[in-house]
Design a protein around this ligand. Structure first.
Ligand code: SF4
Ligand code: SF4
Length: 234
């Protein structure tokens, strides 16, 4: 079934509420770099991989914002923005728009306001977000276990058993760890925590996943305290 663009499904949401969200997107400092108006030419759609697989159109999203169609914007804010893979192939727009950038802004506003659609879209990513935000890196090599990846073949068992040896064979010293993708300097990690605190990233996480927020809060506050910072994430 295709997207219902009539806005009927969001009829109960007050118009002023939807309008305020559109204004918030437009007030972002980056907005002027992402939207100069739209020719409705569809070049972004031709370049967009997500448009091939989903009922998704960067052109329609750009148009809804350029025309300030509040109801349609709200439909896309809920039902479309999470289908974008953020590849920015649409940056070849002849009007110099960045529909992908515009979608980034829309996602941030959706998360900041804890929209149910954003919570649902991010539900499966808690573990990844926790890993990145607590350690500063992504998936760790010690997650590579034969029972977790049976379809990867028998060599996974060999690698898992000798993981520390394999890792030490890699030239950069920062990769000689099995608990993180690479060793993140303590100073860098503290700086990341402070940036996420100052820029409201933790507030956004609190809106969409309170449980994840609380776990991260414990880890970060303790580490910051050890480093001599009196910072709380309330
Ligand atoms: S950034 Fe999003 S909208 Fe742009 S081409 Fe990639 S998937 Fe499509
Ligand atoms: S955003 Fe750019 S490429 Fe896409 S329809 Fe509008 S003018 Fe064309």
């Amino acid at each position: 079934m295709g997207l219902d663009l009539s806005g009927k499904q969001y009829r109960k949401v007050p118009y002023e509420e939807k309008e305020a969200l559109l204004e918030e997107v437009k007030e972002d400092l980056r907005f002027g770099d992402y939207m100069y108006g739209c020719y409705d030419c569809g070049i972004c759609v031709a370049a967009c991989p997500s448009a091939r697989f989903y009922d998704f159109s960067p052109r329609k999203i750009a148009q809804s914002v350029a025309r300030e169609d509040v109801d349609l914007f709200y439909v896309f804010l809920n039902d479309s923005v999470w289908d974008c893979s953020q590849c920015f192939s649409c940056d070849r727009c002849p009007r110099q728009n960045s529909p992908g950038g515009l979608i980034t802004l829309m996602r941030e506003v959706a998360v900041k306001h804890g929209l149910a659609s954003a919570q649902e879209a991010l539900e499966g990513y808690g573990r990844v977000v926790y890993k990145i935000m607590s350690t500063g890196t992504q998936v760790s090599p010690d997650m590579l276990q034969a029972n977790a990846f049976p379809d990867w073949g028998p060599h996974v068992k060999d690698i898992a058993e000798n993981l520390d040896v394999w890792r030490k064979a890699l030239p950069p010293e920062t990769l000689h760890t099995t608990e993180a993708s690479w060793k993140v300097d303590e100073k860098t990690l503290i700086e990341l925590y402070l940036i996420w605190h100052a820029t409201g990233v933790m507030d956004m996480i609190k809106e969409v996943d309170e449980g994840l927020f609380m776990i991260l809060q414990d880890v970060m506050e303790e580490r910051l305290e050890d480093a001599g910072y009196d910072v709380t994430f309330d």
